[in-house]
Structure formats: C-alpha cells, structure tokens
Design a protein around this ligand. Sequence first.
Ligand SMILES: Cc1cc2nc3c(=O)[nH]c(=O)nc-3n(C[C@H](O)[C@H](O)[C@H](O)COP(=O)(O)OP(=O)(O)OC[C@H]3O[C@@H](n4cnc5c(N)ncnc54)[C@H](O)[C@@H]3O)c2cc1C
Ligand code: FES
Length: 270
Amino acid sequence: MCSAHRPALESVTVISNQRLAEHVGRVVFEAPRTAAAIRPGQFVHLRIARGAAFILRRPFSVFRAGAGKLEILYQVVGAGTLALAEAKPGDGMDLIGPLGHGWEFPGGMAHALVVAGGLGIGPMGMLVEKLARLGVASTLAQGARSADQLLARDIFEDTCRHVEVATDDGSAGHTGLVTDLMDDLVAADAPDIVYVCGPEPMQRIAATKAAQAGIPCQVSLERLMACGVGVCLSCVVETTSGLQRACVDGPVFDASEVAWAGAGEAAVRR
Ligand SMILES: Cc1cc2nc3c(=O)[nH]c(=O)nc-3n(C[C@H](O)[C@H](O)[C@H](O)COP(=O)(O)OP(=O)(O)OC[C@H]3O[C@@H](n4cnc5c(N)ncnc54)[C@H](O)[C@@H]3O)c2cc1C
Ligand code: FES
C-alpha cells in the first residue's frame, strides 16, 4: 500500500450538516488527507465527541469524497449518531481512515447493478461515480421505508443509466423489498456484476438472486467494530475460508465466499 493510502489520524472540521429526513442526515467534513486517499467502499472511524460514551469510534462509509471534502450519510440510532446530528459547521472531530477493503472493479464490465437498502446507500455514491469514470453503466435499485428516506436520489438520477425504487409503504415505486426489483432488472438489462449494501437479510437475498443468475456479486457487510484495524476481533464474518475481519478483510466481500447461514447472527441491522 502506498503511504498516501495508509490509514492515518486526521483532524476534520464540519463544513455542513443537513437533515435529510426523519433521523437521517448528511454531514460534510473538511478532511483533505482522507478525501484524497479513500477509495469506493472504504470507511472511516470517527470520534464524534469526547467523554466516556465516545471512547469507541463509530464506523461510517464515505458516500462521496473530493476537493478536500468527505460526505457521510447517517441515521440516528444511538448516542454517537445523535451527537453527529447535532454537530454544527466549524465543529472539530477526528477520524482514522481510509479503512477496510472496498469495492473491486473487475476488468471488462459494461453494466453494473447496484442494490441498496436503507442506509446501505452509504457506500454507493463513490461506487457509481467510479463506475461512471470507468465507462461502466450502472443501474441502481434503491429501497427504503418510505419515499422521503430514499436518499440522494438526484445524485443517482444524474450518474446512473437507470434508477428503480421500492418502498415498504408504497409511497414511491414498487411496494415491497428492493430485492423484488432484481429479477426484472436482470432480465431487462443483464449486469456483469451486482454490488449490494443494506440490512443483512436483504443482502443475503440479493446474493442468492445474483448467484442463481450466474452474476458475480460483492456485498458490504456491517459488523460492530471496536478497533477498526484488525486487532479486537469484534467484527468477524464467517466465510468459506474461515473467520475474517470485516474491518480489514472487508467490509466488502465476494458474496459467494460469505457463509450466509451464520452470517446474520452477529450482524447489526441499520
Ligand atoms: C463499515 C461500516 C460502515 C457503516 N456506514 C454507515 C453509514 O454510512 N451510515 C450510517 O448511518 N451508519 C453506518 N454504519 C453503522 C454505524 O457505525 C452505527 O450506526 C453507529 O456506530 C452507531 O453508533 P451510535 O453511538 O449512534 O449507536 P449506539 O448503538 O449507541 O452505539 C454503541 C456502540 O455500538 C457500536 N455500533 C452500534 N451500532 C453499530 C453498527 N450498526 N455498526 C457498527 N457499530 C455499531 C458503536 O460503534 C458504539 O461503539 C456503518 C457501520 C459499519 C461497520
Ligand atoms: S473492529 Fe477490531 S478486529 Fe475488526
């Protein structure tokens, strides 16, 4: 790994913090070192505030990065993300990044299907931008509880060849699971690869559908992470080649190598 891409501690400053929907926001940091080094699918480990509740850093995918800035989409689920939602422009934090093994981009691809459920959209902004730079067309299947939780739609409408949505309550697109969209999308415009992030049961269904269609599939798995650098083993994923650490061996894995039967037991859902 070239030294510019090695994880490092960086002091960062909040530039903007915007509420997007109930309990969901987008924060932009001035973070020149990490913004220049991070690759699609990698994450940062953020110290949001000081004090006992914040000794452990919180892991977040980077939605977009460029011009010295990092953008993160977040959902408020506990003390850390609540403090993040309350952060104001000018506030200082620090992060360790870039961390983890991000999305792979095999040669010869012409079309990618990107499947995101809920906050699983977090690592997809940099992904579709990179695909566009590689000349690979992308189709996004995006799912959420309701229309207002379909985040960053404008960005994906601009960057993807096609976007389809699904909502639990039917307020936009298909009523039901985002994975319900996959069969028709694959039949209409066969992808060379499927990229997936979201709640683990949804990832498992997407991986199964991709395997049945004979299409390679990568999944970004979420685990509780304490150290973020491969030491504490709080983030293990059962794979066909044994236990692996989501923070350094993932969070992106080849879906065919994940031992799905046990995978969900340790997983947390967004
Ligand atoms: C690789 C990766 C990428 C992620 N990307 C995003 C993202 O882009 N947007 C987003 O909203 N969330 C993301 N998450 C989940 C996010 O890290 C948790 O929601 C967050 O840590 C919860 O912190 P909290 O203090 O609000 O909640 P609490 O439940 O109070 O957290 C208590 C402790 O548990 C840990 N924890 C709790 N939930 C999770 C979780 N789901 N994953 C990992 N650790 C957890 C926290 O680090 C903290 O140490 C990601 C998780 C991982 C592993
Ligand atoms: S979070 Fe410590 S080993 Fe992965």
